[in-house]
Design a protein around this ligand. Structure first.
Ligand code: FNR
Length: 341
């Protein structure tokens, strides 16, 4: 049952958040401190523009859920927090809706609770143009995400085994729907080569969704008694590695995967992301503390991102790319192996 799987994903992902290591590759990125670089807070704007999209803030709630009663309630809570803080929000994959229209409300609740917000629908790369547009219409969505999850499918016994249609299907969806198309991974990262290919396919924006946070190889292995693919738990590229790899790939990029703090948001923006997304961390907050806790977390993050930009002398999110950044450790080794300057 798809709805059981959705409930499992939420349960396992929230549990995983409690056991994440302290370190991830965002820690290999640090700013050179220039003590006289600071500007006036009133000169800082959080607004960001990329790929035909304009947001007031460079932070969003990334795709998670919908498709069961429990996950519909979570979508409602996430949508209220998005409305109260002004951050864009994506729903989870709408496959459950295409399979059974009776779960429509577990997705459309996001628009009902957040009438004026920026909402992103989410489909898999096998979706027909007609289904993708139906998902957009249900949410009156402002953009569409297509997720690439080949490793997750591989680990799932019931998962897809045919992936060659994905690229041509993405090209058809990008040409056929009436909103900007964002292609994202689900926590294993997008390589520079993949992002260049997405640009050729007509995709507006790529969300790297790299390693470092929610790990679907781990989740799918944990969901069953025999973890046949546990050796894939470390697969993929980290989010900062993807951002460095994406330079010059041809379309704007978003950063998500393992974002833990306002400092990680600012690091992601400094490495070239137009905005930064969070899934697992915000899920944990809303499950533990409800809507008030998530509103106060997102508000504090936005306030602190603005404070850090002020200290770093960045008037806009894209100004952060001009800051002096040091790359060390495993991330530096990745850059050397890939020939990234
Ligand atoms: C996800 N993610 C996800 N992505 C997607 O495109 N469609 C989906 O349906 C889902 N479902 C989903 C469920 C749950 C419970 C979680 C936590 C995540 C992946 C998500 O959008 C993101 O790419 C990864 O979770 C990495 O970001 P974090 O969690 O490390 O911030």
């Amino acid at each position: 049952m798809i709805s059981d799987r959705k409930d499992d994903h939420v349960r396992f992902a929230a549990e995983q958040q409690r056991h994440l290591e302290g370190y991830n590759q965002f820690d290999d990125v640090s700013f050179i401190h220039h003590a006289l670089a600071g500007i006036d807070r009133s000169d800082v704007s959080l607004a960001t523009r990329f790929g035909g999209i304009e947001w007031k803030v460079p932070l969003y709630i990334n795709a998670m859920t919908g498709g069961s009663a429990k996950t519909g309630a979570i979508n409602r809570d996430l949508a209220i927090a998005a409305r109260e803080t002004g951050v864009p929000i994506a729903t989870g994959s709408m496959s459950a809706y295409f399979a059974d229209e009776s779960v429509a409300d577990t997705f459309s609740v996001v628009r009902r609770e957040n009438k004026d917000g920026f909402i992103i629908a989410n489909v898999n790369a096998n979706a027909s143009v007609e289904r993708a547009q139906r998902g957009i219409d249900l949410l009156q969505a402002d953009a569409l995400q297509i997720h690439l999850n080949v490793i997750q499918e591989t680990v799932m016994p019931e998962g897809d085994r045919s992936f060659s249609s994905w690229a041509p299907q993405i090209e058809m969806i990008a040409a056929g729907v009436d909103v900007p198309v964002i292609v994202k991974e689900v926590g294993f990262g997008l390589s520079g080569e993949t992002i260049s290919l997405l640009a050729e396919l007509g995709v507006c924006v790529a969300d790297v969704a790299g390693r470092g946070g929610t790990n679907f190889a781990h989740i799918e292995n944990d969901r069953r008694d025999h973890a046949d693919y546990s050796y894939l738990n470390g697969w993929g590229q980290s989010t900062p590695a993807c951002l460095l790899d994406a330079q010059g790939a041809g379309i704007p990029v978003l950063a998500s995967g393992g974002v833990r703090s306002p400092l990680d948001v600012v690091r992601g923006l400094a490495l070239g992301a137009a905005a930064v997304g969070v899934s697992g961390g915000f899920l944990r907050t809303v499950l533990d503390g409800g809507v008030p806790a998530l509103i106060s977390q997102i508000s504090a993050w936005l306030d602190q991102v603005e404070a850090l930009m002020t200290a770093l002398g960045a008037r806009t999110p894209s100004d952060l790319t001009q800051c002096d950044v040091l790359v060390r450790g495993d991330l530096r080794a990745f850059c050397a192996d890939r020939g990234i300057e």
